[in-house]
Design a protein around this ligand. Structure first.
Ligand SMILES: *[C@@H]1O[C@H](CO)[C@@H](O)[C@H](O)[C@H]1NC(C)=O
Ligand SMILES: *[C@@H]1O[C@H](CO)[C@@H](O)[C@H](O)[C@H]1NC(C)=O
Ligand SMILES: [Zn+2]
Length: 474
């Protein structure tokens, strides 16, 4: 009696096993075909690249009504009134938006986890869950008086991309994971891409966060705890190992005018430019604007003006349109019409997609600052390179996957550079990275007029979905 029962139980389990894992068995049968195996051993390549069904691209449909509704709903979690959006890290509205995202992830059947600083992950398990997952995602924090699409399209759009794949009947081999990164914007603590920098294992940031406070003198850890992240101090638990993901793709509005002007649906990002930021101060003797004659002056203001022009000169001399430089802050002290500036303060932002070229511009700016200070008899009291993040190149396979996804969906696309930077810049340190851009109205971003049509968003979601599907089976 017992024996018979055990037997049928075993049979039952076996049939459940076979039934639910059938696709795996089929896949394994293909791989274990002795002829193919010999060919593979001989050539060193996998002969049978798994193929997506040809009809997948035409069976992807985005629930545009629901996606727009979610974008609109999320925009109401804001500290300023519509149409502007203000959502600052660990504020009440940020906590509400986190809950909103987690609920949508759960409703989409993703298993949700949150790390010690509030990066949120929602996973759809693949049929080979031991393989490293493919990830996608972006941010939902918003600088004061900004719009409702920056970042949000890459979070809600990514969850919808998973829903699109689920509805099409697609089953991923590698798990797919949606990430909502904590604090891409530097608003509260002056640190941009805080969550993704930590995921990428920045020890430097760990040290910095121990003494970081906001403008109201609230410590980073206290702010995190007040938002419910009781273990925020355990920052090393946030680190991801290199290779934790087999790839990362971010969907984002372009934040520039190119796609809209050229009437192109999709931007496939090939590289992300990264800024170096520099703070400079000159000090002279100042003096009365009438009494001190020109030969006796050491005017800190003119030193700053000269350096600003030198920034432009060095950038133009780089020989590439991808090198840019801006003096966005120039302050003179004491700032009176009849007083020779005794101090000047400049902040310089220079960016490129080529790290060496950008760093050589930074060096030249430094040399100019030294020679200007010598010639004008002013002291170069500060030349502080505040940050100097390396730019990142997209991964060739991810570029190819996004291009062929666009083609299969009959969408026009072009390869382009991201001149703004994103969480992807830091994810590139630990995983092959790619980005998909969609057009936005006049390139507006970081203001209430920011807008992308739901048609453009849906195109981006489909390209993301198909790209993830391709990466998931490779
Ligand atoms: C793209 O265009 C081709 C040729 O017109 C068509 O067969 C295919 O179904 C289209 N694909 C999609 C996803 O619309
Ligand atoms: C980590 O991963 C990146 C991106 O995939 C790769 O370029 C890099 O060489 C890896 N670094 C280490 C230390 O393994
Ligand atoms: Zn963004």
């Amino acid at each position: 009696m017992m024996k018979a029962l055990r037997f049928s139980l075993l049979q039952f389990l076996l049939s459940v096993y076979f039934f639910s894992f059938c696709p795996v068995n089929l896949a394994m049968n293909i791989e274990q075909d002795p002829l193919i195996k010999t060919m593979e051993d001989f050539s060193g390549y996998a002969i049978h690249e798994p193929q997506l069904s040809e009809s997948l691209s035409s069976s992807l449909s985005v629930d545009t009504q629901n996606l727009q509704k979610q974008i609109d709903e999320l925009s109401t979690f804001s500290d300023t009134s519509a149409p502007s959006v203000t959502r600052i890290l660990y504020s009440e509205k940020d906590v509400m938006s986190r809950r909103y995202i987690k609920n949508i992830m759960e409703a989409s059947g993703l298993s949700v986890r949150e790390d010690a600083v509030g990066n949120i992950f929602g996973q759809w398990s693949g049929y080979e869950p031991e393989l490293s997952p493919v990830s996608t995602g972006s941010h939902t924090d918003a600088i004061p008086y900004s719009g409702k699409y920056d970042g949000v399209v890459g979070v809600l759009g990514a969850i919808e991309a998973i829903n699109v794949l689920k509805r099409s009947g697609f089953k991923p081999k590698r798990s797919l994971e949606v990430i909502m990164f904590a604090s891409e914007e530097p608003t509260r603590f002056g640190i941009s891409c805080l969550g993704s920098r930590l995921l990428a294992g920045s020890e430097e940031l760990v040290q910095q966060l121990k003494k970081t406070v906001d403008s109201e003198n609230v410590a980073f850890f206290d702010a995190a705890k007040s938002a419910g992240y009781k273990n925020a101090e355990d920052l090393s638990s946030v680190f991801l190992k290199n290779g934790s993901y087999s790839g990362f793709v971010e969907l984002h509005i372009e934040q520039g005018p190119i796609l809209e002007e050229e009437g192109i649906s999709i931007g496939v990002v090939t590289a992300i430019a990264a800024p170096a930021s520099i703070k400079v101060e000159f000090e002279g003797n100042g003096g009365h604007a009438g009494a001190v004659l020109m030969p006796q002056r050491n005017d800190a203001g003119l030193a700053a003006a000269e350096l600003a022009l030198a920034v432009e000169k060095h950038v133009l001399e780089s020989g590439s349109v991808d090198t840019v430089g801006t003096v966005g802050i120039l302050e003179l002290h004491p700032g009176a019409i009849n007083s020779i500036p005794s101090k000047s303060h400049l902040e310089i932002d220079t960016r490129d997609i080529d790290e060496e070229r950008r760093n050589s511009v930074v060096d030249k700016i430094y040399q100019s600052a030294l020679s200007i200070s010598k010639r004008r008899g002013v002291k170069l009291s500060q030349f502080n390179i505040v940050n100097k993040d390396p730019p990142a190149l997209s991964d060739e396979l991810i570029i190819k996957a996004a291009e062929s996804a666009s083609r299969e969906l009959n969408l026009t696309y072009k390869k382009m550079i991201s001149r703004a930077y994103h969480d992807s810049l830091f994810m590139a340190r630990i995983t092959p990275m790619g980005m998909i851009f969609i057009p936005c109205y006049k390139g507006y971003s970081h203001k209430p007029e920011e807008y992308s049509s739901i048609t453009d968003i849906a195109n981006g979601v489909k390209v993301l979905a198909l790209t993830l599907a391709k990466l998931s089976i490779s």
